[in-house]
Ligand binder design. Structure first.
Ligand SMILES: *[C@@H]1O[C@H](CO)[C@@H](O)[C@H](O)[C@H]1NC(C)=O
Ligand SMILES: *[C@@H]1O[C@H](CO)[C@@H](O)[C@H](O)[C@H]1NC(C)=O
Length: 430
């Protein structure tokens, strides 16, 4: 080695030592943590091209930025609450299943992107101008910061286009698969940035379904090298009965002014929504929906989609989604499920003569208000005989599907679990 090169190598290695020293001295105990949000849990931006065919004059004009070909926030924007804008929103959010490609894509002329991948920024609230009204993970992130987590150093966010899902093997799902690839890269980078420590993944709702797929689609040696622990909040492992209301009659998610039928068409096309329909493995033959003409269990979802007036959904449901629902394999890395309970949750739906355009009568059971208890607890029974799978379940009463990210009682449990995962290591190392 000639002297200048030697000198350069020495300087580089000293710089690297200093760098690691800094990283570890700041965050001696902490495993890097990656947040994966749920359905609708991060911002989404859109822009339209000349191929965009607006359904009305209002949608042609609104918002102004759009006319300049600029990016605007598609989710969440409060204008969705006003009827003419609800329609513009729905037509831009809509996905289309392309039979030739056997994949989903955006509406013609609508480009979408997910801002701030890697950061917690787009998960804190859904509209930065309405922080309080649209707060999402901000309270959770603040609690994590109090125990020493720092955005961009030890704490990362993995927002994604939550309208898209994944598909069973042999079927393309370009957007969902790209997200899994980006998440994998983020995990490796977060680990590298923190002296090679494996990461803790903390997901909410639908995010947990993606994470389990990510784990099982990578080798066991990769998982053991990079994953310290998977903490899944409020994951609908077996889907929800509520989702059948969404498909049949539309669901405004409690937003009072929106007509559910205005968003129903868009909600039906969301690939991730169909992933959250009740899973036969979990709900079995139990009757979930009753009408004057038929009864439906989780085994009859294809028939149900047809009967509610969405026959286009049947093909992709059978080929892409149903076999994906089978895949709830234990990943062999430690898993903790933290769930809310004691909130009334739709369990059986009764449709009358008015058909599916009218909201149903509902019998309620236990759950977190959105997800049924059987679904929240599904892994306990599915993995009961897995000798090599550590699974812990923490139940918090009177906590709902989203208040699990916000209520003090829940944050104490979540941060307590994260701290205990971090301190295991220290006691092992010391
Ligand atoms: C639906 O199930 C109920 C209760 O099992 C039964 O009484 C009814 O006849 C069924 N309805 C139809 C249309 O099959
Ligand atoms: C069980 O898990 C350990 C550690 O996660 C792994 O090394 C081992 O190969 C697994 N054994 C089986 C039978 O899967």
């Amino acid at each position: 080695m000639n002297p200048p090169a030697f000198k350069l190598a020495m300087v580089l290695s000293m710089a690297m030592m200093l760098h690691t020293y800094h990283a570890t001295s700041n965050n001696l105990q902490l495993h890097p943590l990656i947040l994966v949000p749920g359905n609708g849990g991060n911002q989404l931006e859109a822009r339209v091209t000349s191929k965009y065919k607006p359904c009305s004059l209002v949608c042609r004009l609104y918002p102004i930025l759009k006319q300049q070909g600029g990016w605007f926030r598609l989710w969440f924007d409060p204008s969705v609450l006003l009827a003419p804008f609800t329609q513009c929103f729905a037509e831009r959010m809509m996905l289309y299943y392309d039979e030739e490609l056997d994949d989903y894509r955006n509406a013609p002329g609508v480009d979408t992107r997910v801002p701030h991948f890697g950061s917690t920024q787009s998960l804190l609230c859904l509209d930065p101008h309405l922080k309080d009204a649209t707060t999402y993970m901000a309270p959770l992130v603040e609690s994590l910061e109090k125990v020493g987590y720092v955005n961009g150093e030890t704490l990362f966010g993995a927002p994604y286009d939550f309208r898209y899902g994944l598909a069973a093997e042999g079927h393309p799902s370009s957007v969902g698969s790209k997200f899994l690839k980006d998440l994998k890269d983020l995990i490796e980078k977060a680990s590298a940035r923190n002296g090679g420590k494996p990461v803790i993944i903390l997901s909410h709702s639908l995010g947990g379904m993606f994470v389990l797929q990510l784990l099982n689609r990578n080798s066991i040696s990769w998982r053991q090298k990079f994953i310290k622990h998977f903490v899944a909040l409020a994951t609908p492992w077996g889907g929800t009965v509520t989702q059948m209301i969404t498909f049949a009659s539309g669901n405004t998610l409690g937003v009072p002014l929106v007509d559910p039928l205005l968003v129903r068409g868009e909600q039906r096309t969301s690939e991730s929504n169909s992933w959250l329909l009740p899973n036969p493995k979990v709900f079995g033959g139990k009757q979930l929906v009753t009408t004057p003409n038929a009864n439906y269990s989780a085994n009859d979802i294809a028939q149900f989609l047809n009967d509610i007036g969405f026959p286009q959904g049947v093909g992709p449901y059978k080929s892409r989604i149903l076999p994906l629902m089978e895949q709830l394999t234990a990943p062999g890395v430690p898993v903790t499920c933290i769930i809310g309970s004691g909130i009334k949750t739709a369990e059986t739906l009764f449709y009358g003569r008015g058909g599916f355009d009218e909201q149903p009568d509902i019998d309620y059971g236990d759950g977190d208000g959105t997800v049924n208890m059987a679904s929240l607890l599904a892994l306990e029974s599915l993995w009961a005989h897995e000798r090599n799978q550590s699974l812990k379940v923490i139940k918090i009463s009177e906590v709902s599907h989203t208040s699990i990210l916000q209520k003090d009682a829940a944050l104490v449990e979540i941060v307590g679990e994260i701290s205990s995962i971090n301190s295991h290591v220290i006691s092992q190392v010391v």
